[in-house]
Design a protein around this ligand. Structure first.
Ligand SMILES: CCC(=O)SCCNC(=O)CCNC(=O)[C@H](O)C(C)(C)COP(=O)(O)OP(=O)(O)OC[C@H]1O[C@@H](n2cnc3c(N)ncnc32)[C@H](O)[C@@H]1OP(=O)(O)O
Length: 629
C-alpha cells in the first residue's frame, strides 16, 4: 500500500484515534477525550468534551511560542497601491482591540455579527475578533445587493454589522454604506450598531446607529480569548439553495480548527513560516478557510489580495504576489486562470518574476477544465492540484494530498477522497453506480470534523436538503462518477444551482426575481457553458397577454432587476422574451433540454414533451444569445 492508502485506511478503520491524534495540533483549554458524538444522529458532533478558542490558536499561541515577529498577514492591494504586513504580534493586538470594541457594544458569546466588507485586513480582523470573544460571525460577500444582505441579516439576527465605506472593483469605487443602509431598511431585524471602516477612497456619512471603526478601537481595551465548547458555532456562512432563501451553513469551532490544521499539512503542504496565497474573497468559504483561518492556525503567512487576476493593472499580478512574498502554495479558482490565459495566452508575464519558491497551484470552486489544467501545468511546471469541496464541507473532500503522497493526475479529476470522506456514487434508487457510470455523489455519514453540523436555526431544512434523499448519506448536490482506480470525476449539479466564475448561484432565486416583474407571465433561468466563467446564467421570459411594451425594454429592465436584487455577482447579462417555454405534459419547464441545446449538444427531446414545436422555435435563441425569436 502507498502512503495515501495507509493514511486513508487509518482514518476509516479507526476514525476516533485518527481525529484525536489530529486534534493534538490544536491548543485546547480542555482537551477532548472523545472524537465523535453520534448520540444525536443524524446530527453528529465532534470533540464534544473539548473547549478551545480558535483565535487563540490562530494568533496568541504563535506569539507565545516566540513567532510574534513573523508575518502573519500581508495585505497587498494593487487597487489602492497599498502593501501592509501584520506580524503575529500586531495582528493579535489589533484583533484583541477590535474584540474589546465589540464587547463594549454588548457583543458576547453566541451573539452574531454580520461582516459586509471588501478585501481589507480589517475583514479578517473582525472575523478573528468575533472568534476571540465567542461571537458568531457571518461574512456576506460584497458583490451581493441589499436585498440579499437583508435576507442574511434577518436570518442571522446580528447585534452588530461591521462594514466599510467602500470597496474597489478594478477602477470603480463602490460605496458600501448606502447598500448597507438599504439592507437595514429592508430587513425586519435591526442591528443595534454598525461599525464602519472609513476608507480614504470614499468616506461614508455616518448616522446615529453608526460608529467609526477608528473611534471604536481608540477607546477599546483589548479583550482576552474566551474559551468555548468545541461545538460552539464559529460562524454562519450563507450559500445558495434552490430557493431565494439562502442556507446558513453552521461551522463549529473545534472540528473546524482540527480539520483545517490537518489539511494545511496533508493537502497544501504548508507549515509554520511558509506562505500561502489564496486568490479569493473572504465572503466565500475558500476565503474563510484558506485566507484567514487555516494559514494562521498553522503559523504560516497568508496573503490577503485586494485586486483581480487581470486588469489591476495586468495579468501578471498573481505572479508578482507569488514572487514578492515567496509564496509556496497558491490557491484560486479556475476562472482566474482562464482570465489570465485570455490576457496573456503564452504566459509571457511569468518571465518578469522569480517563481522559484512556488511549489504548488491549487484550483477549486468550479470544475477545472483539462485545457486550463494543461496550460497552467505546462506554464508553471509545478503540480497543479484540482480539488473539490463545498461551502458546506469547509475543507476539501477530494484532493491530491501534497503533504501525504502525490498521486498521478488524471486531468478532469480532483483525484481521490481525502481521509474522513467516504464518497460514493449512487443511482436514483440509491444503489451504487458501477465504476465510470455517472450518478449522484454522496458521502456516507458521519461527515468528518469541520463539515457542517446543521443549518442555522433550521435543523429540518438541513435534513431535507442534505440527508433525506439517501438514508445515511449526505447529498452533495454534485453529480459524477468514480473510476476503477477510485478517482472521482465531478461533472455537474443535480439541482438548479449554477457555478459562475466560482460563485455558487441559484437559478431559482433569479427566476423569483424575473417572475416578480409585472409584465412577466412565466420564466426560466438556465446556466450555460461559458469559456471564461465556466457557466453564465441566461433568462427566458414569456410576457403576460396584452403586454404591448417593446421586448428589448423589458429585457433590459429584467437584467437590471436581477443586478439590483441579487447583485452584480449574478452576472445575468442576457434575458430573452420568447413566445413560449417548452414543457412536459404535466407543466414542468424543460430546463435541462434548454440547457443542452444552448450548450450545443445534440439534446434528445423527452417523450413527455407537451409541444415539440416550442423547442424548434426556441432553438435559434438558445443557440445564440443575441438572436431574437
Ligand atoms: C470550494 C468551495 C467554493 O467553491 S468557495 C467559492 C470559491 N470561489 C471563488 O473564490 C471565486 C473565484 N472568482 C473570482 O475571484 C472572480 O470571479 C474573478 C475570477 C477574480 C473574476 O472577477 P470579476 O471580473 O469581478 O468577475 P465576477 O464574475 O466575479 O463579477 C461579476 C460582477 O460582480 C462584481 N463584483 C465582484 N465582486 C464584487 C465585490 N466584492 N463587490 C462588488 N461587486 C463585485 C464585478 O465587478 C462584476 O461586475 P460587472 O458585471 O463587471 O459590473
Amino acid at each position: 500500500m502507498g502512503k495515501y492508502e495507509d493514511v486513508f485506511h487509518a482514518s476509516s478503520e479507526d476514525p476516533e484515534s485518527f481525529w484525536l491524534a489530529a486534534a493534538q495540533g490544536i491548543d485546547w483549554e480542555v482537551a477532548p477525550r472523545r472524537a465523535l458524538d453520534a448520540s444525536g444522529a443524524p446530527f453528529y458532533r465532534w470533540f464534544p468534551d473539548g473547549r478551545l478558542n480558535v483565535c487563540f490558536n490562530a494568533l496568541d499561541r504563535h506569539v507565545e511560542a516566540g513567532r510574534g515577529d513573523q508575518p502573519a498577514l500581508i495585505y497587498d492591494s494593487p487597487v489602492t497601491g497599498t502593501r501592509r504586513t501584520y506580524s503575529y504580534t500586531r495582528l493579535r493586538d489589533e484583533v484583541a482591540t477590535f474584540a474589546g470594541g465589540l464587547a463594549r457594544l454588548g457583543v458576547g458569546q453566541g451573539d452574531r455579527v454580520v461582516i459586509y466588507m471588501p478585501m481589507v485586513p480589517e475583514a479578517a480582523i473582525a472575523m478573528l475578533a468575533c472568534a476571540r470573544i465567542g461571537a458568531v460571525h457571518s461574512v456576506v460577500f460584497g458583490g451581493f445587493a441589499p436585498h440579499e444582505l437583508a435576507l442574511r441579516i434577518d436570518d442571522a439576527a446580528p447585534k452588530v454589522v461591521v462594514s466599510a465605506s467602500c470597496g474597489i472593483e478594478g477602477k470603480r469605487v463602490i460605496a458600501y454604506k448606502p447598500l448597507l443602509d438599504r439592507a437595514i431598511e429592508l430587513a425586519v431585524h435591526k442591528p443595534q450598531k454598525n461599525v464602519i471602516l472609513q476608507r480614504p477612497q470614499e468616506r461614508a456619512e455616518l448616522g446615529t446607529d453608526d460608529l467609526d471603526w477608528a473611534d471604536l478601537v481608540a477607546a477599546a481595551p483589548p479583550a482576552d480569548c474566551v474559551p468555548v465548547p468545541a461545538n460552539a458555532p464559529l460562524y454562519i456562512l450563507y450559500t445558495s439553495g434552490t430557493t431565494g432563501k439562502p442556507k446558513g451553513v453552521v461551522r463549529d469551532s473545534g472540528g473546524y480548527a482540527v480539520a483545517l490544521h490537518w489539511s494545511m499539512g496533508a493537502v497544501y503542504d504548508v507549515g509554520p513560516g511558509e506562505t500561502m496565497f489564496t486568490g479569493s474573497d473572504v465572503g466565500w468559504v475558500v476565503g474563510h478557510s484558506y485566507i484567514v483561518y487555516a494559514p494562521l492556525l498553522v503559523g504560516a503567512t497568508t496573503v490577503l489580495y485586494e485586486g483581480k487576476p487581470v486588469g489591476t493593472p495586468d495579468a501578471g499580478q498573481f505572479w508578482r504576489v507569488a514572487a514578492e512574498y515567496r509564496v509556496k502554495s497558491m490557491f484560486t479558482a479556475p476562472t482566474a486562470f482562464r482570465a489570465i490565459r485570455k490576457e496573456d495566452p503564452k504566459g509571457l508575464l511569468t518571465a518578469n518574476y522569480d517563481l522559484s519558491a512556488l511549489r504548488y497551484l491549487f484550483l477549486a470552486g468550479e470544475r477545472l477544465d483539462p485545457e486550463t489544467y494543461h496550460w497552467a501545468s505546462t506554464l508553471l511546471d509545478i503540480p497543479v492540484i484540482d480539488h473539490w469541496w463545498q461551502t458546506e464541507t469547509g475543507w476539501p473532500i477530494v484532493a491530491n494530498p501534497m503533504g501525504i503522497e502525490a498521486a498521478p493526475v488524471k486531468p478532469g479529476s480532483p483525484t481521490r477522497p481525502l481521509p474522513g470522506w467516504d464518497v460514493r456514487v449512487v443511482d436514483p434508487s440509491g444503489d451504487p453506480a458501477p465504476p465510470g457510470v455517472d450518478g449522484a455523489i454522496v458521502v456516507k455519514l458521519p461527515l468528518p470534523p469541520g463539515a457542517l453540523p446543521t443549518l442555522w436555526n433550521d435543523d429540518d431544512r438541513y435534513v431535507a436538503s442534505y440527508l433525506s434523499a439517501f438514508d445515511g448519506y449526505y447529498l452533495t448536490g454534485d453529480s459524477g462518477h468514480i473510476d476503477g482506480d477510485g478517482y472521482v470525476f465531478v461533472m455537474g449539479r443535480t439541482d438548479d444551482v449554477i457555478n459562475v466564475a466560482g460563485h455558487r448561484l441559484s437559478t431559482g432565486s433569479m427566476e423569483e426575481v424575473l417572475a416578480a416583474h409585472p409584465d412577466v407571465a412565466e420564466c426560466a433561468v438556465i446556466g450555460v457553458a461559458d469559456a471564461l466563467k465556466g457557466q453564465i446564467p441566461r433568462g427566458f421570459v414569456v410576457l403576460k397577454a396584452g403586454t404591448s411594451r417593446e421586448a428589448s425594454e423589458i429585457e433590459a429592465e429584467l437584467v437590471q432587476l436581477v443586478r439590483d436584487r441579487i447583485g452584480a455577482v449574478a452576472s445575468l447579462k442576457s434575458v430573452a422574451v420568447v413566445a413560449a417555454l417548452p414543457k412536459t405534459r404535466s407543466g414542468k419547464i424543460l430546463r435541462k433540454t434548454m440547457r443542452g441545446i444552448a450548450d450545443g449538444h445534440d439534446e434528445p427531446i423527452p417523450s413527455t414533451v407537451d409541444n415539440a414545436s416550442v423547442i424548434d422555435a426556441l432553438r435559434p435563441v438558445l443557440r445564440s444569445p443575441d438572436s431574437t425569436p
